[in-house]
Design a protein around this ligand. Structure first.
Ligand code: NAD
Length: 255
C-alpha cells in the first residue's frame, strides 16, 4: 500500500498507459480520479477499480480548456480534501513529417500535448504548494530523439521534457515540497500505437514496425504496466529525492 491515503488525478486515464496507471496506483491504496475526454472509457476504468475494492472516481475533462482545469482541481480539493499526485498523461499522436503537417494540425497537437500539461502543472502547483505533492508529465523517447514521421508530436514531447525541469526548479527554489518529473516511454503496445500505425500506408506501417522492433535491444514492445510501475514509483515517497529528472522506460531503445 505504497499510495495509502493519497489522492491522484490521471488525465487520459481511460486508455493505455493512463488506464494501467490508474489501476496500479489504486492497487497501492490511492484514491484515483480518472479523467478523460471520453467519459465512457473513464467510467469503465473507474468501475473496474471500484469493483476490485479500490477507490476511483471518473470525470469528464478536456485538458485543452483552461476554465475546466481550474474547476476540476477545485472540485477535487472539495471532494477529496486535497491532491497529492497529478499525472499529465493525455495526448494525441498523429503522424506527419515536417513537409506534410498543416499549421492547424501542428497547433492542435501542441494544444493537447503541451498547453494541457502546462495548465495542469500550473493548477496543481497552486493546489499543492502548502502540503507538497508529485507531478508527473508523460513525455516520450520522442521528446529526446526526433521521429521523422511525427514532427509535431516529437516537438510537443521535447517541450514537455524541458517544461518539466523549469517547473521542478521553480518549485524547489520557492521551497515547495512539490516534485516534478517526466517519464519517457518507448514503444508501448496501447490503442494509440495501433491507431497511429492504422493511419499509415501498408508499406509505411511495415517499415515502421520493423524499424521499431530492430531498434529495441530488449526485443519487444513495452506493456502499459511497464510504464505504470515507473509512474507509481515517481508518485510514491520512494522517489522523494527526484525532481526535474527524466525516467526513460523503453527496453533500451535510445540507449
Ligand atoms: N504508447 C506509446 O508507445 C507511447 C510512447 C511514448 C509516450 N507515450 C505517451 O503516453 C501517454 C499515453 O499514451 P497511450 O499510448 O496510453 O495513449 P491512448 O491513446 O491509449 O490514451 C490517451 C487517452 O487520452 C485521452 N485524450 C485525448 N485527448 C484528450 C484531451 N484533450 N483531454 C483529455 N483526454 C484526452 C484519450 O481519450 C485517451 O483515453 C501519452 O502522453 C503518449 O504520448 C505513449
Amino acid at each position: 500500500m505504497r499510495m495509502s491515503g493519497k489522492v491522484a488525478l490521471i488525465t487520459g486515464g481511460g486508455s493505455g498507459i493512463g488506464e494501467a496507471s490508474c489501476q496500479r496506483l489504486a492497487q497501492e491504496g490511492a484514491t484515483v480520479i480518472v479523467t478523460d475526454i471520453n467519459l465512457d472509457s473513464a467510467e469503465r476504468v473507474a468501475d473496474a477499480i471500484n469493483n476490485e475494492g479500490g477507490q476511483a472516481c471518473p470525470k469528464y475533462h478536456d485538458v485543452t480548456k483552461e476554465k475546466a482545469w481550474v474547476a476540476l482541481i477545485d472540485e477535487v480539493i472539495d471532494q477529496f480534501a486535497g491532491l497529492d499526485v497529478l499525472v499529465n498523461n493525455a495526448a494525441i499522436a498523429p503522424t506527419g513529417s515536417v513537409e506534410d503537417t498543416s499549421l492547424d494540425d501542428w497547433r492542435s497537437v501542441q494544444q493537447v500535448n503541451v498547453e494541457g500539461v502546462f495548465m495542469g502543472t500550473r493548477e496543481a502547483v497552486k493546489a499543492m504548494k502548502e502540503k507538497g505533492g508529485s507531478i508527473i508529465n508523460i513525455s516520450s523517447d520522442l521528446g529526446i530523439i526526433g521521429e521523422p514521421t511525427m514532427a509535431a508530436y516529437s516537438t510537443s514531447k521535447g517541450a514537455i521534457r524541458v517544461f518539466t525541469k523549469a517547473a521542478a526548479l521553480h518549485c524547489a527554489r520557492e521551497g515547495y515540497a512539490i516534485r516534478v518529473n517526466s517519464v519517457h516511454p518507448g514503444f508501448i503496445d496501447t490503442p494509440a500505437v495501433t491507431s497511429t500505425v492504422a493511419e499509415m500506408s501498408e508499406d509505411m506501417a511495415k517499415a515502421f514496425r520493423e524499424r521499431i522492433l530492430a531498434g529495441i535491444p530488449m526485443g519487444r514492445m513495452g506493456r502499459p504496466l511497464d510504464v505504470a510501475n515507473g509512474i507509481l514509483f515517481l508518485s510514491s515517497d520512494e522517489s522523494s529525492y527526484m525532481t526535474g529528472s527524466e525516467l526513460v522506460i523503453d527496453g533500451g531503445f535510445i540507449a
